[in-house]
Design a protein around this ligand. Sequence first.
Ligand code: PRX
Length: 643
Amino acid sequence: MSYPYQIKSMEEYQDAYRLSIEQPELFWANIASHFKWKKAPYGKVLNWNFEEPKIEWFKNATLNITENCLDRHLAEYGDMPAIIWEPNDPEDNHRILTYRKLYDKVCQFAHVLKNNGVKKGDRVCIYMGMIPELAVAVLACARIGAIHSVIFGGFSAQAIADRLYDAQATFIITCDGAYRGQKDIPLKSVIDDALIGNRTVQKVIVCTRTRTPVSMIKGRDLWWDDEIHKVETLGLHDFPAEEMSAEDPLFILYTSGSTGKPKGVVHACGGYMLYTNYSFVNVFQYQRGDIHFCTADIGWITGHSYILYGPLSAGATTLIFEGVPTFPDAGRFWSIVDKYRVNILYTAPTAIRSLMGFGLGPIQNHDLSSLKVLGTVGEPINEEAWHWYHQHIGKGRCPIVDTWWQTETGGILISNMAGVTPEKASWATLPLPGVQPILVDEQGKEITESDDDGIQKGNLCIKFPWPSILRTTYGDHERCRTNYFATYDHLYFTGDGALKDADGNFRITGRVDDVLNVSGHRIGTAEVENAINMHAGVVESAVVGYPHDIKGQGIYAYIIYQGNHGDENLTRQDILQTVTRMIGPIAKPDKIQFVQGLPKTRSGKIMRRILRKIAEGETENLGDITTLLDPHVVEEIKNGRLV
Ligand code: PRX
């Protein structure tokens, strides 16, 4: 069975797109009519300007997203699996939560939150591994109207402390530990470190997963199971869903930008629900009963939108996988596809490239015939990886959706729709209905010129709001304005460069700002530099990206070091430790080159363009370097380049 707003042909796509541009309010009001509202949308659908920015969708309507993700499915689909959970170790038992079971657990945990004083609008930090309780915690926050801020399990205590402070969080939900492949990450102990000096957090709920010994602080730390037991003893079951304005914040998710400090991107209840559902159903062409497997972590936006909210609001079966693609062997994804007869597989190019490296052996002996649709997200997919995915995983019969979007966009903005609109290897292709992308030059003027092949090239902007656009950056609206809406007048600037062909297809070429994309994770160069500079011996540093076969981009750091060098490799290890402490292992530079000086303009600005070229291996055409304060440093840097 399909959905009434599911697009089934190119003609339907064109009609929907046309209507969404000509009458956006009517278009989205029609979609909204298929959801469960407490107070139905009426009156003005959209208020907006990109100057402040102010964006309000269905301002007068009220809802609770969990009624759309849970309650409304119970009568017909109560016994259908909502979540299939596959543990890290394939020898351990998997779990299946039906919609009824998930509903019960979410209500129970909402009671736990309420009993412990959590109220609508409170910020709750969630730092857990990929277990069903993570989904329960997220949804229970939404049920009670608390704003969740999920932090990926790979972030360090310092990174968590910064996020707790920024959100003024009062509550934390965590686990004793998390399994990731062969690693056992001591989550609670990281939280303990993050809480040193914290003044806002009142309680920490700890869910048991790894049985790693933890220290529990009296009056602050509580066990998940004990709290559930109390709710059971009190005989509490259903939990009435809090009435939320469509514009109330649903969650905060921190992401890196070109400045040093991560930003808390805020999404609103109504528009986010509508758009994640609409894009999920259309891009993946989900059919009731299909098994959807998104391999992302719920700590990133992909997990929020396409493991949890999009699929669950559509009554889908979503698969949550605790482990990593290469444990216990590189056939892990394929054995999961086989075991559960997965129909939709959504993963990242970096995972595909790393699995390609293991050859075809790990695929053999796994039946992949259940697959109908493949998807990629997070970074540009190179043609080689695209063809490998298409041929060896999709066996040439599954469309691949190359989905372009961002933490800030909430959902997929540019992508083909599986089997409905044409695919083009390494192109994200066409905008979804409601999305109006344009390419501009450095001055913000729309690109009109094409090259001989009919290709246009420019900076990617969006000129009209879609329902799941970010509303603000938490606690600092001005930051939201300057980051996204001030580069070009009246436009949302994505930070990406793109190409557009004569048929209107887009190909995203990568970031044009100082943001790196390492294994599909966004990392600000300034953030990494700040972390490196914390090391006592470091005078100054500059970080750039360079092409990396598996990660897409690697991190190359040029460092002026004045401490006692001693053993250079030990110093490197020390610096990597510092970065791991300040941010987390994902931000560790792949290469560290010690230098005497950095190429700077006379006004003191680091010429990253030159550093980037050298890191990429281009040592000849560095452009004009005569304007540099000290052109000699370039020679030294070139000579010391790490291969
Ligand atoms: O550069 C683009 C790249 O990932 C950035 C967004 O990162 P993040 O907010 O962490 O969200 C990742 C998951 C949605 C974008 O600015 N990106 C994402 N998807 C694609 C992509 N680049 C090319 N093709 C894609 N399909």
